[in-house]
Write a protein that binds this ligand. Structure first.
Ligand code: PLP
Length: 398
């Protein structure tokens, strides 16, 4: 099997599982218990929180462990908006993940918030001047994702966060897809809150974190025993928190090299698909010319930061359906996603692709290939062959 759906999820790394194992078995205590078994769990949780904080560029007291990216986004959006003394206006982009879109809509429906949805260009980029213009004295929160899960667009996040800071508006970013590829640090990016999810990084499904500046009042979403300094009640999932911390620690030393290597593989793959599949349309940021490309996204100092996540190559294949291409590939042992796995089961064209200006007919034909640090050139050569053969088969049926 050639697995090219790493943006949907990744397998748990062996080292992560080994680090978690003691806290599922011998050291199974409840960190709130006042005895040795509980103390051991509490120490593990404290160490995991410290590691996550080091990687996210914040203080340990600013990390809230959650059940994943969706909960981290919910807590950020509801928590900051409902905790804020100022205004009832939220700004987001037209290509946010449903975990943000639906939460903002909840604020609109149930709490009377006004919402400004920022358009994006055909590459999926928000215009910083549009963003500045959308910020008002009563804006409670701006939430703009770091890297898009469907087309891989990487926003100029530090510049956008600076605009929010100038306007005094709290800024949250969904960094679920960026983590593992780009630096995701509150201090370096200048953001106030940032969500990550473990299962995109080799930790299990069902764990994530929200890093949020302590100065922001945060209204909890889950009420109860007051764990996580009151921000998220419920007995802490110690083993999974340890897993998340371990996955972040393992990813970091080789992250920049993996990003550069996978970026090069990705670009060769994109060129091969465009050359071999007649009518294929690359979605998201265009392929930078080799001369203009720098080695890694958001590297700073380079004139042309790559606005595409190293791992994402997404296309439309007009005249097909995304689902039929996915099946053709699966028959040949290549696993991909049609549209977004997070909106699985929906027949509607992706709102993200529509926001990029694609027509509903073309958007229905979307297929996303997402690479991992383990993807090889041979995997991608094989995937291109399978894709060309699969699409030829589909054309011969028409
Ligand atoms: N945000 C983005 C950008 C995602 O891609 C995803 C999942 O794919 C999520 C949030 C939700 O994360 P989780 O699956 O951990 O709830």
């Amino acid at each position: 099997m050639i697995y090219l759906d790493a943006a949907a999820t990744t397998p748990v790394k062996r080292e992560v599982l080994e680090a978690m194992w003691p806290y599922l078995t011998g050291d199974f205590g409840n960190p709130s218990s006042h005895h040795g078994v509980g103390d051991s769990a509490a120490r593990a949780l404290t160490a995991a929180r410290r590691t996550v904080a080091e990687h996210l560029g914040c203080r340990p007291g600013e990390v809230v462990f959650t059940s994943g990216g969706t909960e981290a986004d919910n807590l950020a959006v509801k928590g900051i908006a409902l905790g804020a003394p100022r205004g009832r206006h939220v700004v987001l982009s037209a290509i946010e993940h449903p975990a943000v879109v639906e939460t903002v809509d909840h604020l609109r429906r149930l709490h009377g918030f006004e919402v400004t949805v920022l358009p994006v260009d055909s590459a999926g980029l928000v215009d910083p001047d549009d963003f500045s213009r959308a910020l008002r004295p009563d804006t409670t929160l701006a939430t703009l994702m770091y890297a898009n899960n469907e087309v891989g667009t990487v926003q100029p996040l530090a510049a956008l966060a600076a605009r929010a800071r100038e306007a005094g508006v709290p800024f949250h970013t969904d960094a679920v897809q960026a983590a593992g590829w780009l630096p995701v640090r509150l201090d370096a990016l200048g953001v106030d809150a940032l969500s990550i999810s473990g299962h995109k990084l080799g930790a299990p499904k069902g764990v994530g974190a929200l890093a949020v500046r302590q100065r922001l009042p945060l209204e909890p979403v889950l009420h109860g025993g007051g764990q996580e300094r009151g921000a998220r009640s419920g007995t802490e999932n110690v083993a999974f928190a340890v897993g998340l911390a371990t996955a972040l620690r393992l990813a970091e030393p080789g992250r920049a090299d993996a990003a550069a290597r996978v970026t090069a593989l990705r670009d060769d793959f994109i060129r091969a698909v465009l050359a071999r599949v007649p009518g294929a349309v690359l979605t998201g940021p265009p392929l930078a010319s080799d001369a203009a490309r720098i080695t890694s996204p958001q590297a700073g100092g380079g004139a042309h930061p790559d606005p595409r996540l190293p791992s994402v190559a997404s296309f439309c294949f007009p005249g097909t359906s995304g689902e039929s291409v996915l099946l053709q590939l699966e028959e040949r042992g290549v696993i991909v996603s049609s549209g977004s796995a997070c909106a699985a089961g929906s027949d509607e064209p992706s709102p993200v692709l529509l926001a990029l200006g694609l027509t509903p007919d073309v958007a229905q034909t979307a297929v996303r290939f997402t690479l991992s640090p383990d993807t090889t050139a041979a995997d991608l050569t094989s995937a291109v062959d399978s894709l060309a053969a699969g699409i030829a088969d589909l054309s011969s049926l028409r």
